[in-house]
Design a binder for this molecule. Structure first.
Ligand SMILES: C[S@@+](CC[C@H](N)C(=O)[O-])C[C@H]1O[C@@H](n2cnc3c(N)ncnc32)[C@H](O)[C@@H]1O
Length: 279
């Protein structure tokens, strides 16, 4: 078997997000704006509303660094929902770094339609090697993207490097519980093409290694189960519409895989929440 490297994992991720099945699933079921876990006020709430609440929740932790003139780097920016929210609401400049050109194209088109192209620079590239000088950003932001990395320590080193002194690092990620044997999650994460998830303990160690101050983890794991239940419900309810954009074979795989995520949430093998730290 070929050994995975961070570069080969990044390339596999790029190919994953470029396929029309995957693009169709994320655009249609997750809402086409945000592709991350929602914070649910109600378990019946729409995925899009809950996902937008997560963005607002993270923004509230930026501690005043998002005003006009503020600079944000979004690592693994997807369709650009967070970038648009931040630029529109706070007037800050956002660099949206993302490996999928297919997503980036849609991101740029939506920014132009909403009059936000001047505030958001969509850059195609990998967060394993951030193409920006040291000390550039007030906030480095990332949502459910580090899970795709084959070398998360390097991504976090890069993130700290491009933060201004006193800048804030804010990220969410889906993680394995610290006491979860990694092999039990292999069938769960197979869809993502990665070997293992990070754990909260790993991220705590990394933030300490980087000397980030006020490091904290807000554990919001309960929302992960609600989110995957909602994804499974939406996928089942809209199957007839989805087969127009997603192949039936991929939909079958999804049904099976979403059920595995739900089981893993129910038996406590997964964690989700917000990490914050300050340079
Ligand atoms: C689950 S999506 C989250 C997208 C966005 N952060 C959001 O919350 O809507 C994961 C994103 O990470 C991006 N990604 C994965 N590996 C990457 C890498 N090595 N460099 C840059 N982006 C990457 C993917 O292209 C995808 O957009």
């Amino acid at each position: 078997m070929t050994r995975e490297t961070p570069a080969s994992t990044a390339e596999a991720t790029r190919r994953y997000y470029e396929t029309s099945d995957v693009d169709g699933f994320y655009a249609a079921v997750w809402g086409g704006e945000d592709i991350h876990t929602g914070i649910y006020a109600d378990p019946r709430e729409s995925i899009a509303t809950a996902s937008r609440r997560t963005v607002a929740h993270l923004a509230a932790k930026a501690s005043g660094r998002l005003g006009a003139g503020g600079t944000v780097l979004d690592l693994g920016s997807g369709y650009g929902g967070a970038a648009r929210y931040l630029a529109d609401r706070f007037g800050c400049q956002v660099v949206a770094l993302n490996i999928s050109e297919r997503q980036n194209q849609r991101h740029r088109e939506t920014n132009a339609e909403r009059g936000l192209a001047g505030l958001i620079d969509v850059v195609t590239g990998s967060f394993q090697q951030i193409p920006c000088p040291d000390g550039t950003f007030d906030v480095v932001w990332s949502q459910e993207a580090l899970c795709h990395s084959g070398d998360r320590a390097t991504v976090l080193t890069e993130a700290a490097r491009v933060l201004k002194p006193d800048g804030r690092l804010l990220f969410t990620d889906v993680m394995a519980a610290d006491d979860c044997p990694p092999e039990t999650l292999r069938p769960v994460i197979a869809r993502l093409g990665i070997e293992a998830l990070a754990t909260p303990g790993f991220y705590h160690e990394q933030l300490a290694r980087l000397g980030l101050a006020s490091a904290e983890f807000e554990d919001l794991t309960g929302h992960l189960l609600t989110h995957y239940l909602r994804l499974a419900e939406e996928t089942a309810q809209h199957r007839e519409d989805l087969v127009r954009v997603i192949s039936p074979a991929y939909l079958d795989q999804l049904d099976d895989n979403l059920a595995r995520w739900i089981d893993a949430c129910r038996d406590g093998r997964l964690r989700w929440g917000v990490f914050a730290g300050q340079r």
